[in-house]
Design a protein around this ligand. Structure first.
Ligand SMILES: *Cc1c(COP(=O)(O)O)cnc(C)c1O
Length: 385
């Protein structure tokens, strides 16, 4: 035995990176939590130089440095940029294209994406087609050679949690000279790292799991590399100014420090809930990619690690009225939109999505929080009884 043999350094795991926010210490006080720099403007020296490296808050707020660095590390990316919301980040990715460019978007996705594409994206001059991304071949067939510049995917996708094969889409994008962007809000980097699978860009509605406490509106983009598209996004953010405030960025970092614990608990709970209610007499379906019967299970099992996320949906055998009645009877689950917070939420999606929605009227979407799993199951049982 040779104890002296040097071992390759094991990279620090996500739980460690997140808990210590990359180990950063506030330099002025040695504080373990960062100070909140609220200044919008920064002093120049007499020779006009900027010793602090910043002049004005809009292009690059000091408060963004740490949450951006931590998110880039968790996603295995080159760099990250915070935006004012998930939709601000999403629309920036489309707006950084040129008029006449073609993009492919998922037929099933966060409803606000389709709404924006129909109301602004297409009228603004982008050709954008919607495709069922549960089959990669559909995406390949929708590529317009030479014109397709962006493929946008979401997996698991709202609200039936259909699964897109990220590696297969990355190959299609690469072959077409397009970029693959993945909305990674639902799985979080704990369960899926799209950049490792060949994606070029990751989007987060940081409002959801990254912050995790239903009290911050924020979005983020993460890039695999520094390139002209990332530079264009940097310029777009600096010029258009869709950025969060320093306090939101501070709260986001605070939330991200417990990301791993929260997501592990939500995912474990969601799997237990899905298994418990699968086959329930009052339900027509339990939609969760962790169930072997889910159409995307095989791909999900391959591309997700450590769990299948905290989101699931149930379809009521009694249709729309039964769904609304069950949502009305819950006592513990909160009737509210959004997802990824510490408290569990239940929502009748068809009631809240706009006219472009195709969500079945019998569907209730569940965001599993970090409460006791047995309490959550008991409450749903009494609501379905
Ligand atoms: C909420 C959400 C968005 C939009 O994020 P906002 O911060 O509300 O703008 C985008 N994608 C997914 C999957 C979401 O859940």
């Amino acid at each position: 035995m040779n104890d002296k043999k040097p071992r390759p350094a094991r990279p620090l795991q996500p739980a460690t990176l997140a808990a210590q926010a990359l180990g950063w210490i506030e330099p002025a006080t040695r504080g373990l939590a960062p100070a909140i720099q609220l200044a919008t403007t920064f002093e120049r020296d007499p020779d006009q130089s900027l010793p602090g490296g910043r002049s004005y808050i809009r292009p690059r707020a000091a408060a963004f440095d740490q949450p951006e660095a931590l998110l880039a590390a968790l996603e295995g990316g080159h760099a990250a940029m915070l935006f004012a919301s998930g939709m601000a980040a999403t629309t920036a990715a489309f707006q950084a294209l040129s008029p006449g460019d073609h993009a492919i978007a998922p037929e099933e996705a966060y409803w606000g994406l389709k709404q924006w594409i129909m109301d602004f994206g297409r009228p603004g001059g982008l050709g954008i087609d919607f495709v069922d991304m549960s089959q990669a071949a559909n995406v390949a067939a929708a590529v317009k050679p030479g014109r397709t510049k962006l493929i946008w995917a979401e997996t698991p996708a709202n609200p039936t949690w259909s699964i897109a094969d990220i590696a297969a889409l990355a190959e299609i994008a690469q072959g077409a000279g397009a970029r693959l962007a993945v909305d990674n809000t639902v799985p979080t980097p704990l369960h899926t790292r799209p950049l490792d699978l060949g994606a070029d860009l990751v989007m987060h509605a940081a409002t959801k799991y990254l912050n995790g406490h239903s009290d911050v509106l924020c979005g983020a983009l993460v890039t695999a590399r520094e390139d002209s598209y990332w530079q264009r996004l940097t310029d777009l953010r600096a010029q258009a100014g869709a950025v969060p405030g320093p306090f939101e960025a501070w709260l986001l970092l605070r939330g991200m420090r417990t990301l791993v614990l929260r997501v592990r608990q939500s995912s474990a709970s969601a799997l237990e809930i899905a298994r418990h209610f699968a086959g329930h007499a009052k339900l027509a379906a339990v939609l969760y990619p962790g169930l072997a019967g889910h159409p995307g299970h095989a791909i999900a099992a391959r591309q997700m690690q450590g769990g299948f996320g905290g989101m699931l949906s149930i379809r009521l055998a009694g249709g729309r009225e039964a769904a609304l009645a069950a949502a009305a009877r819950v006592r513990l689950w909160k009737r509210a939109t959004s997802l990824g917070g510490v408290e569990s939420l239940i929502e009748h999606r068809a009631s809240v999505e706009g006219s472009y929605s195709k969500v079945p009227a019998d569907l209730l979407r569940l965001s599993t929080g970090i409460e006791d799993t047995g309490d959550l199951i008991a409450d749903l049982e009494q609501a379905l009884a």
